[in-house]
Write a protein that binds this ligand. Structure first.
Ligand code: SF4
Length: 366
């Protein structure tokens, strides 16, 4: 079967198989790939509409012991720039979010060995009591695994305790490339693929809302990207079959360019890191075609800029993601797009020919 035949099969309601994935990823004509992505998009999202979320990122601590090689954000315990956000700072940030009409706070931080599970529970109770109108989505699978190790609990028990304290959803952070060959190279101390996906399965079982993310451009091969895509689709199939729910959305973005990474990872000279807009757009279109069981796809304006993100809406994506208000992890790795106003996201959506609609975390229109 040629890539063109495989894409036609998808447009006719079929599904790409793993043995066709790499050929389609590399050799399909871009127009064909994007037309197929558009057809799959139409099965999940309202035609002519693109959504966005008013939210805020809060990085509650930058202390981390996991030492991911690509991370410019974290500080080791005891570093003079290490911080844990005090409650008053959280209150100010959440009040600003409320004033901006926000509905979701995304809490993510480093793996801080001094913060025990009681600290997280208290934080969630404080946010739920003082800001019942703002939903906390927080602590990606690596943070859950870190807490489980620290407390000697299972990851499921950690999730149950956090859910009972007010946690509503688990963002897809720390997914990066879900292929252990790559994870061992770039973040060897971080949660490996099977664990990351297993924790997300537990979150699905417990009724938490989740998203899945992919960072690409670590100098990996196409087979690694396709392995990651396959693992995500399998997890989604399983969760939907067992629990009737899975990831609500997918987002991908390229690694932000840092030449030192190539040396660090022992890559040959000249291996390209990150990705240019055209590669990103093809990757996003392939994601839509492959992940036929994930309803929503976010365009990544924080790494690609609002204009490229708007182009992604034309084929693959149906959502511009959140306003974020602040972003400290991607921006410290070199991205210049640390936040966007609601007006900027709406204008970009209108510019791409769609009607902008504000949504909540579960993609319900507000
Ligand atoms: S990416 Fe996350 S887990 Fe890795 S070093 Fe940075 S803060 Fe720690």
């Amino acid at each position: 079967m040629t890539p063109a035949d495989a894409l036609k099969m998808v447009r006719d309601g079929g599904r790409l198989s793993r043995d066709m994935a790499e050929a389609v990823y590399v050799h399909a004509a871009t127009e064909d790939l994007e037309a197929t992505a558009k057809a799959v998009r139409a099965r999940h999202a309202t035609p002519g509409v693109a959504t966005y979320l008013v939210d805020r990122n809060v990085n509650y601590t930058n202390v981390c012991i996991t030492d991911c090689t690509f991370c410019e954000f974290y500080r080791r315990p005891g570093d003079k720039e290490a911080y844990v956000l005090p409650k008053d700072a959280m209150r100010t940030k959440l009040s600003e979010l409320r004033a901006a009409g926000g509905t979701r706070v995304l809490l993510q931080g480093g793996h801080n060995p001094d913060l025990r599970i009681a600290w997280y529970e208290e934080l969630l109770r404080f946010l739920t009591d003082e800001f019942p109108d703002i939903r906390p989505d927080a602590f990606s699978p690596p943070e859950i695994e870190h807490l489980a190790r620290l407390e000697g609990l299972s990851t499921r028990d950690v999730l149950v305790r956090l859910r009972d304290a007010g946690l509503k959803g688990l963002p897809g952070g720390g997914g990066e490339m879900l292929d252990d060959e790559i994870r061992r190279r770039v973040s060897p101390k971080k949660t490996m693929s099977a664990e990351w996906l297993r924790i997300m399965g537990e979150a699905h079982e417990l009724g938490l809302s989740t998203t899945v993310t992919m960072v690409f451009g670590f100098g990996e091969e196409v087979r690694h990207r396709c392995n990651a895509f396959a693992a995500i689709r399998d997890r989604q199939d399983l969760s939907i079959a067992r629990f009737g729910r899975g990831f609500v959305g997918f987002a991908s973005w390229p690694l932000q360019h840092e030449s030192r990474y190539g040396e660090l990872w022992g890559l040959k000279k000249g291996v390209k890191l990150g990705a240019e807009p055209d590669e990103y757009l093809r990757h996003a279109a392939f994601a839509r075609v492959w992940l036929d069981n994930v309803p929503h796809m976010q365009a990544s304006w924080p790494t690609m800029g609002v204009d490229v993100a708007a182009r992604a809406l034309l084929a693959s994506c149906d959502d511009m993601g959140g306003t974020m208000m602040e972003e400290n992890v991607v921006s410290q790795a070199g991205s210049v797009h640390a936040s966007a106003s609601e007006t900027a996201l709406r204008d970009a959506i209108i510019g791409a020919g769609f009607t902008p609609r504000k949504r909540d975390t579960e993609y319900a229109l507000i």
